[in-house]
Design a protein around this ligand. Structure first.
Ligand code: S3P
Length: 428
């Protein structure tokens, strides 16, 4: 494990083509596995998380070719999956485990799925219980933890009221629903990201959305497609915040995903008075995209970040929004964000601890944090092997007084292997 010094910089200038969206890349590979025929994915995210999902698809029988950012996958045609010879290891990816578990629940063979130590601490009961209710046999480690041993097949449909707004739970059940007799319905307390629904429709599966309920009829075979994955707004967020904080910044980011279930970060940054413009709006494989231009305008202001409708739309961006708040004028409250505690790390406690270490006035709350804006002093910080914490602390270093020495910076390869190179290319 290494250390990296992130020195304070003056501004961010230039243009970036950011890597593909992580959520959509996982789903494209999985639907490619289940589809009849060939699926070609352009701008696929070739980061560890999605590459582990590709490996799982190969273990289940898909033929895969990756050339740069292009993924070609010959599907198994829904019922043609074969039993994996080894344990399916999703590495750091909770999305990989939970979505693939939905697929495995539909198979009449036994398989074992797991991930790294962080994944092995993440709650899986949220998918185990409803999948069992559909008829899958699943055993886990005590407390509903990975590894999961799954024997599926012969599923019945389910009308499930999910206690959490989680796209991973919803997607898991929609994928299992493809294998169930009848129509599977999932109702969420508020809307989570809807990439699975959009991509299933694009692959020819009729999905119904009525208010907070999404449903799918079992037995429909997805058709292989060509898709281009938009750039990941969660990766864009680090650059948007850095440019909004550093005087003189002027940055353009191309082809960024603008799905409304993901754009909470833009709304909050605008409330904080950041200057972000959207150009050239268009639709790509059923997903809205646009180019973003961010310019420094004035010191950004603290904000209230809470509410069941907003939090799921920016859950992965809360660490970088906490950094924005630390450098803003005034107080910021992040509340109703308990789900942050069950991400790659407990992102409430780890973020509070690490931001304190670099001189931020921050208080932990059970469901979030209170941040008093001001200057970020800098010092030593640890990513805890959490990719989004590493990138958030890097931005804290750029805007700090004396820089940040970051432990374990290489974990960015989970979602954004080019992060350090991209940062170097636009910092002055
Ligand atoms: C994701 C859903 C979210 C998000 C994660 C990716 C997805 O998790 O935090 O990074 O691709 O479905 P939850 O479903 O647990 O909210």
């Amino acid at each position: 494990m290494s250390e990296k010094f992130i020195s304070p910089v003056r501004s961010l200038k230039g243009e970036l083509h950011l890597p593909g969206d992580k959520s959509i890349s996982h789903r494209a590979a999985i639907l490619g596995l289940l589809a009849e025929g060939q699926t070609r994915v352009y701008h696929f995210l070739t980061a560890d998380d999605c590459l582990n999902t590709v490996k799982a698809c190969q273990q289940l029988g898909a033929k895969v070719e990756i050339k740069g950012e292009e993924l070609n996958i010959s599907g198994c045609g829904w019922v043609g999956l074969r039993p994996p010879k080894d344990v399916i290891d999703c590495g750091n990816s909770g999305t990989g485990v939970r979505l693939l578990a939905g697929v495995l629940a539909g198979q009449a063979f036994e398989s074992v799925i797991t991930g790294d130590e962080q994944v092995q601490r993440r709650p899986m009961r949220r998918i185990i219980d409803p999948l069992k209710a559909m008829g899958a046999e699943i055993t886990s480690e005590p407390g509903g933890l990975c590894p999961l041993r799954i024997r599926g097949g012969n599923l019945s449909s389910l009308n499930y009221l999910s206690p959490v707004a989680s796209a991973q739970v919803k997607s898991c059940l929609l994928l299992a629903g493809l294998y169930a007799r009848g129509r599977t319905l999932v109702t969420e307390p508020s809307s989570s990201r809807d990439h699975t629904e959009r991509l299933m429709r694009y692959f020819g599966i009729p999905i119904r959305t009525e208010g907070l309920t999404v449903s799918v009829e079992g037995g429909v075979l997805p058709q292989g497609r060509e898709i281009t994955v938009p750039a990941d707004i969660s990766s864009a967020a680090f650059f948007l915040v850095a440019a909004a904080l550093l005087p003189g910044s002027d940055l353009r980011l191309f082809n960024v995903g603008m799905n409304r279930t993901r754009t909470g970060v833009l709304e909050v940054l605008r409330v904080m008075e950041a200057d972000i413009a959207e150009d050239n709006p268009r639709t790509q494989a059923g997903e809205p995209v646009a180019d973003l231009a961010v310019k420094y305008r004035k010191r950004i202001q603290g904000a209230q970040i809470k509410g069941a409708k907003l939090i799921p739309r920016l859950i992965d961006e809360l660490p970088i929004l906490a950094v924005a708040a630390a450098a803003a004028e005034g107080e910021t409250l992040i509340a109703e964000a308990d789900e942050l505690r069950v991400k790659e790390t407990d992102r409430i406690s780890v973020l509070v601890q690490e931001l304190k270490n670099i001189g931020v006035a921050i208080e932990e709350r059970p469901d979030g944090m209170l941040i008093r804006g001001g200057k970020i002093l800098g010092g030593k910080a640890d990513s805890h092997g959490d990719h989004r914490l590493a990138m958030s602390l890097a931005v804290a270093g750029l805007v700090s007084e004396k820089g940040v020495t970051l432990n374990n910076p290489e974990c960015v390869r989970t979602s954004y292997p080019e992060f350090w190179d991209h940062l170097a290319a636009v910092t002055l």
